[in-house]
Design a protein around this ligand. Sequence first.
Ligand code: NAD
Length: 261
Amino acid sequence: MGKLQDKVAVVTGAAGGIGKEIAHAFFKEGAKVVIADLNGAQAAATAKEMDPSGKRAVGVAMDVGNEAAVDAGMGEVLKTLGRIDVLVSNAGIQHIAAIDELEFSAWKKLMAVHLDGAFLTTRAALKAMYKQGDGGSIIYMGSVHSKLASPLKGPYVTAKHGLLGLARVVAKEGAAHKVRANVICPGYVWTPLVEKQIPETAKARGITEEQVIKDVMLRDTVDGEFTTTADVAAAAVFFASFDSNALTGQSIIVSHGWAME
Ligand code: NAD
């Protein structure tokens, strides 16, 4: 028996990066996983790669910032798999720019993916969990930037701080239904999201890409190492399988000691 045997887990942004690793870790623990992603073709391919039979891994195309798309996608999950026990709100994007030069459209796009996405998927998951009546786990993908700020990441830092507030409210409202809500706060993880921002940060700060990695991204870690997708997935399994209200409204930093509290 896996730690998540027969649980139904929806992971957003799971066609790649951290989300894909979480979906895979849940699958290995016996869960039925839904790979929900803006890139529907990649979501379907990821699900097929995980479970060629299509019984325990399914791909769903979903723009988490779009109300109709989220409601339709979550409806499809309920129709196919019958319930939702775990939601990992993980889909995210980054935008590097100083606040005085930031386009309003870029600000709004980032908020739509991180905060509208977290709200819309949470609302749909809570409706299902409350109806099922046997609890559930909601996990938000925060960041060390839920706790600290860095220059050039105004919307990201703002959104990631916002997720702590949302998780705490969901923890309070969900308690009577045994629904827990927690946040994982990773340090830098080598994924396409980070790869893209290395040259952007180098340009914006006028330093080399090597300096971005060594002096910006990993400078304050205890050992100069990147956090791995597997490290983050292990934390997600822990939160998803801890089934009492003793652990709710919390955040855990997985960052090689970059931030400590
Ligand atoms: P990634 O770019 O590798 O993957 C993100 C996934 O989200 C992609 O598959 C993409 O298609 C999907 N996505 C983007 N917009 C979407 C939308 N509107 N609707 C549905 N899916 C969408 O990124 P990652 O590094 O794996 O990041 C995943 C999460 O982890 C993000 O919330 C990110 O902020 C957070 N995070 C990442 C790091 C890091 O260093 N990589 C650190 C801390 C937190």
